[in-house]
Design a protein around this ligand. Structure first.
Ligand SMILES: NC(=O)c1ccc[n+]([C@@H]2O[C@H](COP(=O)([O-])OP(=O)(O)OC[C@H]3O[C@@H](n4cnc5c(N)ncnc54)[C@H](OP(=O)(O)O)[C@@H]3O)[C@@H](O)[C@H]2O)c1
Length: 274
């Protein structure tokens, strides 16, 4: 039964690091999951103590105890520690437990074999704005996962932002675009601030102008529904300042650099998966 939009399921999150604790805080903070229904599992007792204090959840260092009777298990450890964790989980997992994995580069088939043939698995690729509830997570599942379970996963992950459903073959491209994407945007923002400083603005003023410009432009694209090129044309008057800058961007390969950056991250993601 669900009360006040909360989900009446017991959830275990293995790995209470950056992403795991963002998911935990999002779930509790949004009221989606009651703190007593959430268990964080980590090898670091200090992290667990802090999280228990902040979110009021259950904590343990023991995977077997932590996942017992939980209907959903979220895997949020680094790829390097995945094998140890999968082995521990596979020793006691039951067929109906839904596994959500945010471990980068670990395919559904590898997850399934690491979990002794378990098939109720959804692979997720979030991004770091999840830390402030503004992430976007792409999810892909094995064919055995029911639509009800996929809907449930989507509702849970919406606690930290938007969610899109994709085929697993899209995951490398998703990693290249939205997984690594915040770093490209931070680099652009940093360059815009430095460029303002280069033109004689104070750093504080340049930062304020750059942030408002990026977030305002993002809202213009999403709220107007117009193509970005149409919005650009609207501010590009003949012989004006903006077209002079756009010419520079095109000549210096700005657009091509973005294609190459996304392709490089997607290729690296595919390599790591192997
Ligand atoms: N950060 C991102 O932008 C992002 C985006 C998409 C996907 N991801 C994926 O999300 C996953 C988690 O990333 P993160 O940045 O949150 O990593 P993180 O901060 O290092 O968190 C992982 C946590 O797992 C703990 N841990 C290690 N071994 C464990 C074990 N055997 N049992 C239980 N807990 C264990 C770690 O403890 P110690 O610190 O003591 O080792 C740490 O607290 C990664 O697979 C990453 O690929 C991250």
């Amino acid at each position: 039964m669900e009360e006040n939009g909360s989900i009446d399921r017991q959830i275990a999150v293995i790995g209470a690091g950056v992403m795991g604790s963002a998911i935990i805080k999002g779930l509790v903070g949004s009221g989606m999951i009651l703190p007593q229904d959430l268990t964080a599992i980590d090898i670091d007792p200090i992290k667990l103590e802090t999280l228990a204090g902040e979110a009021g959840i259950n904590t343990t260092g023991d995977i077997t105890n932590g996942i017992a009777d939980r209907s959903i298990i979220i895997l949020a450890v680094k790829p390097q520690t995945a094998n140890i964790v999968l082995e521990a989980v596979s020793a006691s997992i039951s067929k109906t437990q839904l596994v959500l994995s945010i471990i980068a580069g670990l395919s559904l088939s590898k997850l399934s074999s690491g979990l002794a043939g378990h098939r109720c698995i959804i692979r997720c690729m979030p991004n770091t704005p999840a830390l402030i509830g503004k992430g976007i997570t792409a999810i892909a599942s094995l064919p055995e996962v029911s639509l009800t379970e996929i809907d449930l996963a989507e509702r849970l992950l919406k606690a930290v932002g938007d969610v899109v459903r994709v085929g697993e073959s899209c995951m490398d491209a998703v990693t290249g675009l939205s997984g690594s994407g915040p770093a490209y945007v931070y680099t652009f923002i940093e360059a815009l601030i430095d460029a303002g400083v280069r033109e004689g603005l104070s750093r504080d003023l340049a930062r304020r102008l750059a942030l408002a410009t990026v977030s305002g432009s993002t809202d213009m694209v999403s709220k107007s529904g117009l193509h970005p090129a149409t919005l650009r044309d609207m501010v590009t008057s003949p012989g004006g300042t903006t077209i002079a800058a756009i010419e520079k961007l095109e000549r210096e390969g700005f657009r091509a650099a973005i294609y190459s950056a996304v392709a490089a991250a997607a290729e690296r993601s595919a390599e790591l998966e192997k």
